[in-house]
Design a protein. Structure first.
Ligand code: 6R9
Length: 648
């Protein structure tokens, strides 16, 4: 690996940066040697209603997993994101909204955002929403999504955002699991010129008898026709028209729940990760400032959706806690054409741009001039998130977006971590394309072998984190035991990330991908078990096994092996029908890429499917199948190989 290119730190830029090579070393050392001192100091960036006297009280012991930060402190998130900025930057733009159509955009100042949030908070209260209630948000990327999130935090309600691309069934499951009685949605969403029937999806979800929702607040986005359930459904604009703009904040304990966010795991239903108030906000705010070297007046754009954790931490909470100007984009990179990202950067003079490798690869495929004549000279820092970025895409991003001038921050983190964990701080760490490099303050990554023994030096293993950091999820909603099992039982004394990782001779971390049955499709986490259970629900399917395979744009694609019920035959038509079935059951992001009909699965004598073999065949790497002697019927492997769908 000696031919890896190193991009040294820009010394000129470092002079005015928040963090440089020296201060990184020094602060990092302090953060792990004296976490109480370090975090007490950092916590001054927030406004506390009641100051905390205790900083860190955490245990990763599987018999007693307990994570508490600033536990006797009190604060309010919306006050930190809005009220405290009013005196100094009330007229500054908080949110630049760029619509799906390039002709539509909007600037919302801190004063205006504050007013809308206060009104909506009052409207929620008037409908019976109380501190601790769970409010489900199922919205497109419109400013009201941020208003709804902040209004929840203002009244102490716990929001649970469900990505607008999820199906009615997936939505129903999340509403039920969270015990949520309130839903906020819009008539329709608009992406790439197409309408997404959000209200209709909510109506379908609420047909499920296990879902007990009192009120659905509907925001008018497109004006499309919607069905209406009198008494249950309420128009947002009608509530806002009469709501008072005076709404004192609810005083929240630092450890009160702030939001739930569902994510996929290797087994079972999606897990609702629980994040709490003080530690999360502190960590989101601090990482946003330092990772993007955010300075007053900068225009910052993260292209994620608020339905994912990246949208929570780096569109809404981190930036707004810092009094930043954050750009929110409703559309897609390819509409009206593939120069859109460039056009938006030029139009709003974006300084920091944060996107996903899958988007970069999709643009890269269109050629060097994909961004047209867009003026990108405002850009200063580029970010990447969601999956490993391959060095070719990194180099292209650096050259085409950054004109070779902008540091790239490859940010490794997870829904569970709340904020960025491993990253080259832009003016402190020399970059190596493809490496997330070094830990953020307070983060102690370790590599362990499969027995849990720590590995030293340059090596490869399972990525674990040795001690807590403030942004960490505290539990799984309603199932603490599952939280303990999933993250703290495999390797005792550590938080287990589920990722594999290599460490090089410079102590740089290189994430190699998931080591569990989670696949990462276009930066979206998908549990193979979820897709399998959707497939076996189809009457013609007897058995399904799902694995990931390398996909040039999505990173990983979804490869399905299917055994049909006796008497059924595989066909192109059935393949199409099954793809549509999964789309409908889970959502478009779960659509299988390849389906292989397989009369038999490779199973051990005890009946367990050997996924290792299925993965290898899907990777078109069947020369390295390894030991197949434990298979009940080794001949099925021959059939699987000769009918494989992915010939690379
Ligand atoms: C923020 C987010 C988390 C999983 C994670 C890992 C992968 C994210 C990455 C990365 C390599 C990066 N991942 N960022 N892998 N380099 N910079 O994406 O959260 O949706 O929970 O996914 O994504 O596998 O474990 P989430």
């Amino acid at each position: 690996m000696s031919d890896i290119k190193v991009y040294p730190v820009d010394k000129e830029g470092a002079k005015s940066a928040w963090i440089n090579e020296e201060s990184y070393q020094q602060l990092y050392q302090q953060s792990v040697d004296s976490p109480d001192v370090f975090w007490a100091d950092q916590a001054k960036r927030l406004d506390w209603i009641t100051p905390f006297t205790k900083v860190k009280n955490t245990s990763f012991d599987p018999h007693n997993v307990s994570i508490r930060w600033f536990e006797d402190g009190e604060l309010n998130v919306s006050q930190n994101c809005l009220d405290r900025h009013l005196a100094t930057r009330g007229d500054q733009v908080a949110i630049i909204w760029e619509g799906d159509s390039p002709d539509e955009s909007l600037n919302i100042t801190y004063k205006e955002l504050h007013e809308q949030v206060c009104k909506f908070a009052n409207a929620l209260k008037a409908q019976g929403v109380k501190k601790g209630d769970v409010v489900t948000i199922y919205l497109p990327m419109i400013p009201e999504a941020a208003v709804a999130m902040l209004a929840c935090t203002r009244v102490g309600a716990v929001h649970s955002i469900v990505f607008g691309g999820f199906s009615p069934d997936a939505l129903a499951g999340r509403i039920e699991d969270a015990g949520s009685h309130f839903v906020i949605t819009s008539d329709e969403g608009l992406r790439g010129g197409k309408c997404v029937p959000l209200k209709k999806n909510v109506d379908l979800a609420l047909n499920n008898p296990n879902v007990k929702v009192e009120h659905v607040v509907v925001i008018k986005r497109t004006g499309g026709d919607v069905a209406w359930s009198e008494g249950r459904d309420l128009w947002y604009h009608e509530l806002m028209a009469t709501a008072s703009a005076d709404c004192p904040v609810e005083v929240m304990n630092a450890e009160d729940p702030m939001f739930i966010l569902y994510t996929s795991g290797s087994t079972g239903k999606p897990k609702g990760l629980k994040h709490t108030t003080g530690g999360y906000l502190l960590y989101a705010s601090m990482t946003h400032q330092y990772v993007f070297d955010y300075k007053d007046g900068d225009i910052y754009w993260c292209t994620a959706d608020v339905g994912w954790v990246t949208g929570h931490s780096y569109i809404v909470y981190g930036p707004l806690a810092n009094g930043a100007t954050t750009l929110m984009f409703e559309g897609v990179p390819s509409y009206p054409d593939s120069s859109r990202f460039g056009r938006v950067i030029e139009k709003h003079k974006v300084n920091q741009f944060y996107t996903a490798p899958t988007a970069i690869r999709a643009l890269m495929q269109q050629g060097e001039d994909v961004l047209g004549d867009s003026d990108l000279s405002s850009l200063r820092i580029l970010g990447s998130v969601g999956e490993p970025i391959n060095p070719e895409a990194w180099e292209w991003y650096h050259r085409i977006f950054g004109k070779g001038q902008c540091p790239i921050v490859d940010t490794w983190w997870q829904t569970e971590t709340g904020g960025i964990m491993i990253v080259p701080l832009p003016y402190a760490t020399a970059a190596k394309p493809g490496s997330a490099t070094r830990p953020f303050f307070g983060v102690q990554p370790r590599l362990v072998d499969n027995e849990g023994t720590e590995l030293a030096g340059a090596t490869e293993g399972n990525l674990v984190i040795a001690d807590s950091w403030p942004g960490q999820a505290r539990s799984i909603w309603g199932d603490h035991e599952r939280f303990v099992q999933t993250y703290f039982s495999t390797f005792k004394g550590y938080y287990f990330t589920g990722d594999g990782c290599r460490r090089d001779g410079d102590d740089y971390y290189w994430i190699t991908g998931r080591v569990d049955d989670v696949i990462n499709v276009s930066g979206h986490r998908m549990g193979t078990a979820e897709v399998e259970s959707a497939l076996v629900a189809h009457p013609k399917v007897a058995e399904a096994a799902v694995v990931g395979y390398p996909h040039p744009i999505k990173g990983q694609g979804i490869y399905v092996y299917l055994t049909l019920q006796a008497g059924e035959d595989g066909s192109e038509e059935l393949s199409k029908e099954l793809k549509a079935w999964v789309r409908n059951e889970i959502g478009p992001i779960a659509t299988p890429d390849l389906i292989q009909f397989a009369p038999g699965m490779p199973k051990t004598r005890s009946g367990k499917i050997m996924r290792r073999i299925l993965r290898k065949i899907a990777e078109d790497d069947f020369g390295a199948l390894g030991d197949t002697s434990t298979l009940a019927d080794p001949s099925v492997v021959e059939d699987l190989i000769s009918n494989r769908q992915n010939r690379l």
